[in-house]
Design a protein around this ligand. Structure first.
Ligand SMILES: *Cc1c(COP(=O)(O)O)cnc(C)c1O
Length: 381
């Protein structure tokens, strides 16, 4: 279906085509190519972290992070209830159990108090926490979450899949975790089709991430005999990013700040300008000392029932505005129910009342489009 205004689009151009041609001419298509390495270095530099491993999806990046951290059976990992299901399934894949907790109602991100309650209940079994920057925004009390984790010897897996380029206190999101992950599937801020990234400052974690993403192989011809090439030391995955996608990633990275990020921020700031003091349409909260990436702009229809919100969504789609629902709360999915911890009311509230509005970068060239979207919403409420 053709829409008047789209939810979100990638920014693709000549550079992507050029690098793809170059990689095909070189003849090396699988993992470990120079374009991928170049991308890994540039991305790590951009976020301000030392080491980077490019993998095949954001979910693979999360699983790789679990394996690198040694998370396994008997462990728990705290996951907020309002996020992509990959956050919980990657934990289950590692043999551990997610502990799904409620979010903060205004930032849609992990709630620091709920995190504390989970620690009171499960103490030392919690090995890691996933503060997630939903739609490109920083969690309220982000600093507190980091400190609570540190005090309790809980590792931070900073899932930055939705927030490439977001900042908190002058530092990039993705530089706060012990290990951080990104998705680079095309619907995210920087995309190659399907892909993911693992970042860390810890050289040991980097080695382990590389090892587990490379089928459990740490062959280095300069140190071992040639006959040792196929000796594997552990159960590892084959998660590495192919060279073709590394080429696209490099092209995306080189222009990221001046295209995607800049335009997303223009769109996000315009929504803010128009809705900052609105009584009925409440945007996701931007916390002090932060600069969101504004991947998507979600609005809570405060005075409407769940049924009314669903009907308004139907009307928006009919009128040519590509909208999306919020995330289905994880603890409300049959297969994840048993992992829910405590009340999930905020996650449920946001899911039932939010509509994700068109956030395409094309709207940056035509701010009238944003006025049109809001006007239509206002008509419907
Ligand atoms: C998209 C997303 C993922 C999963 O990434 P894929 O590349 O789709 O596997 C994980 N976490 C969050 C927060 C995401 O938005």
């Amino acid at each position: 279906m053709a829409f008047k205004h789209y939810l979100n689009e990638p920014h693709l151009g000549e550079k992507e085509k050029q690098y793809l041609h170059e990689v095909i001419d070189k003849g090396w298509l699988s993992a470990g190519g120079e374009y991928t390495k170049n991308f890994e270095n540039k991305f790590a530099d951009y976020i301000g972290v030392k080491h980077c491993v490019a993998v095949q999806s954001g979910t693979a990046a999360l699983h790789t992070a679990m394996l690198a951290l040694g998370i396994s059976q008997g462990d728990k990992v705290v996951v907020p209830n309002y996020t992509c299901s990959g956050c919980a399934t990657s934990v289950i894949q590692s043999g551990a159990e997610p502990l799904i907790i409620d979010i903060d109602k205004e930032t849609f991100c992990l709630d620091a108090e709920k995190f504390k309650e989970a620690i009171d209940e499960y103490g030392g079994r919690i090995k890691a926490v996933m503060p997630i920057h939903i739609y490109g925004f920083i969690p309220r009390d982000f600093k507190k979450i980091i400190n609570i984790a540190k005090e309790n010897n809980i590792k931070i897996i900073e899932d930055t899949s939705e927030a490439h380029g977001a900042e908190f206190e002058g530092k990039k999101a993705g530089s706060f975790g012990d290990i951080s992950t990104f998705s680079i599937r095309s619907e995210k801020m920087l995309g190659v089709g399907e892909g993911g990234i693992v970042l860390t400052n810890d050289s040991d974690l980097h080695k382990r991430a590389n090892f587990f993403a490379s089928r459990g192989c740490d062959f280095d011809g300069s140190k071992q005999g040639w006959w040792e090439r196929y000796y594997y030391r552990a159960v590892g995955m084959n998660y590495r990013l192919p060279h073709l996608l590394g080429a696209v990633a490099l092209a995306q990275m080189e222009k990221f700040e001046n295209t995607m990020l800049r335009m997303k921020r223009i769109v996000g700031n315009e929504y803010n300008k128009l809705l900052a003091n609105d009584k009925e349409l409440v945007l996701q909260k931007r916390i002090d000392n932060s600069n969101p990436a504004y991947w998507l702009n979600a609005v809570v229809l405060k005075n409407k029932t769940k049924e009314q919100v669903r009907q308004i969504g139907i009307e928006m789609l009919k009128a040519g505005f590509e909208i999306r629902p919020g995330f289905w709360p994880l603890a409300d999915m049959e297969y994840l129910k048993k992992y829910g911890f405590g009340s999930q009311k905020n996650g449920n509230y946001v899911f039932e009342h939010a509509i994700v509005l068109p956030s395409s970068i094309k709207l940056a060239d035509n701010l009238e489009g944003i006025k049109e979207i809001i006007q239509k919403l206002k008509e419907l409420i």
